[in-house]
Design a protein around this ligand. Structure first.
Ligand SMILES: Nc1nc2c(ncn2[C@@H]2O[C@H](COP(=O)(O)OP(=O)(O)OP(=O)(O)O)[C@@H](O)[C@H]2O)c(=O)[nH]1
Ligand SMILES: [Mg+2]
Length: 477
């Protein structure tokens, strides 16, 4: 890119010189016929014997060489010209400002021409020196409009790039979920040189890889470190580092020991170990404590979730396919939450979750009764939180996940309609009926959530596909 910029930059100077040379050549033809230059023709006839073509052409060549030396070598610095385009790293549209450079050149040339003209007249070297300066001045005169036109094209390109960047910024920061308090807001608050701003504005240069210009007009540039700026949650003010990842939010529900935490750990564990089905460049848990939970889970230990838990499991997925991260939020909660025994039971994500997973342990004592009362505990809270009355169907899809598929039973290994029918026949009639009445989209799966055997990932894949989410590619189908 840098080489290309340089080449285009220099080419514009050279292209502009061609018509200037032609005009100079034609001008010399006229000059040689008028006072005080006609004596050059006489001198030539007497001593050199060059024909008219060369007499006109030689000074143009001298002028052109002078022009090249001026514009392409370090001589340009003497004349306050810009010999090279700006580094594309600092200035992604490097040609902006070319007219200014050319104008400088033009101005300098006029001054030099003026002074040298006087000098030349005094030194009888007018015929040799003046044409060179005339060529240079004319070259600049021609270069100016040509380069101004190029400038205009690049200005237009910059505005388009800015608009694209703005769209990307709006799209990627339209929904922020705080990994600490679990609440959502349009975007985090950015810290720019100690100034907190809730939305970024473009800088004068603000596209792609531009650095932050100043605290008053920072740019959007997603590649310009915007994602890495210090950010905080506007709700709880905690510092966050979500890299503006687009969220996909799953709420977990289900009775105690039904496998909610196991499902979450199995999904995130497989996501990490498979590098997002090979489609991610990096996947990691946002909270360090979830790394140790995963280690315990892998060694066969899965503790009951404390009632005080409200931090979502957040798996951050980085992929070259997307400009920003993709963040998978799974809100795990203690099964006690659905018994009515827990007072502090606010689940903020109920307002914006993309999917709900309801786990069910078919091997416990009275599985249908346990699942039913957990479901009622859940749906009451959900409706209450979203102020939905019992007649309204919930549009967020619900996924019933029957766990313990590793233990042989009447429901293990089944899914979809087959599983639903088997459940309806096998004592879960009320539950299946109520769920289908409450939700407009319900799917049934069974899986072994105590291990990472791919069954949980498969469920996640279906969840993503059913909700039309781009997260599906990060899970094995
Ligand atoms: N064999 C088997 N055990 C499972 C499965 N899923 C969960 N378990 C075990 O069941 C126990 C409870 O699982 P959890 O994932 O903690 O259940 P939970 O729903 O999160 O429970 P609470 O947090 O107390 O509400 C753990 O010891 C898990 O290892 C499964 O699919 N098969
Ligand atoms: Mg749990």
């Amino acid at each position: 890119m840098r080489r290309l910029n340089k080449a285009v930059w220099r080419l514009t100077f050279l292209i502009a010189a061609i018509p200037a040379c032609a005009v100079s050549y034609w001008l010399f033809g006229i000059l040689l016929t008028v006072f005080p230059f006609e004596y050059i023709v006489d001198l030539n006839d007497e001593f050199l014997g060059l024909d008219m073509f060369w007499l006109q052409f030689i000074p143009v060549v001298f002028g052109f060489l002078g022009f090249i030396v001026n514009s392409l070598t370090s001589m340009s610095e003497v004349f306050d010209l810009v010999p090279e385009p700006s580094d594309p790293k600092d200035f992604p549209v490097p040609f902006i400002g070319i007219s200014k450079g050319v104008f400088e050149m033009f101005r300098t040339m006029l001054i030099i021409t003026g002074w040298m003209g006087i000098f030349c007249i005094l030194l009888i070297t007018i015929p040799l020196c003046l044409p060179g300066f005339v060529v240079s001045a004319l070259s600049v005169l021609f270069a100016f409009p040509v380069l101004a036109a190029i400038d205009a094209v690049y200005f237009a390109a910059m505005h388009i790039a800015k608009a694209v960047d703005r769209r990307q910024y709006d799209r990627n920061t339209v929904c922020f979920v705080c990994p600490e308090c679990g609440k959502t807001s349009p975007r985090p608050v950015y810290d720019i040189d100690g100034l907190w701003v809730s939305g970024l504005r473009p800088s004068a240069k603000g596209v792609l890889s531009v650095e932050m210009e100043s605290s008053t007009s920072p740019c959007f540039g997603s590649k310009g470190g915007r994602k890495d700026l210090q950010q905080s949650c506007p709700e709880c003010e905690s510092l966050v580092a979500t890299k503006e990842g687009r969220p996909f939010v799953v709420s977990m529900a289900g009775a105690k020991s039904s496998g909610k935490t196991s499902f979450v750990l199995s999904v995130t564990g497989e996501l990490i170990s498979s590098s997002g089905n090979g489609n991610a460049s990096a996947v990691r848990n946002y909270h360090f404590e979830h790394d140790s939970d995963l280690l315990d889970y892998r060694s066969g230990l899965c503790r009951p979730t404390p009632e005080s838990n409200w931090k979502p499991h957040l798996a951050m997925i980085e992929s070259a396919r997307f400009v920003t991260c993709r963040n998978l939020y799974m809100f795990d909660v203690s099964g006690k939450f659905f018994t009515g025994a827990v007072e502090t039971d606010i689940q903020p994500q109920y307002a914006f979750n993309d999917a709900i997973v309801f786990t069910l342990d078919p091997t416990c004592a009275d599985p249908a009764g346990v699942a039913n009362s957990a479901y009622i505990g859940f749906i009451e809270k959900y409706r209450q939180f979203n102020r939905l009355d019992a007649s309204e169907r919930i549009s967020v899809p619900l996924f019933v996940v029957v766990t313990r598929a590793d233990k042989k039973g009447p429901l293990s290994g089944l899914e979809g309609k087959e599983l639903k029918d088997r459940m309806a026949e096998g004592g879960y009639f009320n539950l299946v009926n109520t769920i289908e009445r409450d939700f407009s989209s319900v799917s049934f799966f069974s899986c072994a959530t105590n291990r990472e055997d791919g069954s949980s990932s498969r469920v996640m894949r279906r969840i993503c596909d059913a909700t039309g989410s781009e997260f599906g590619q990060f899970f094995k189908g």
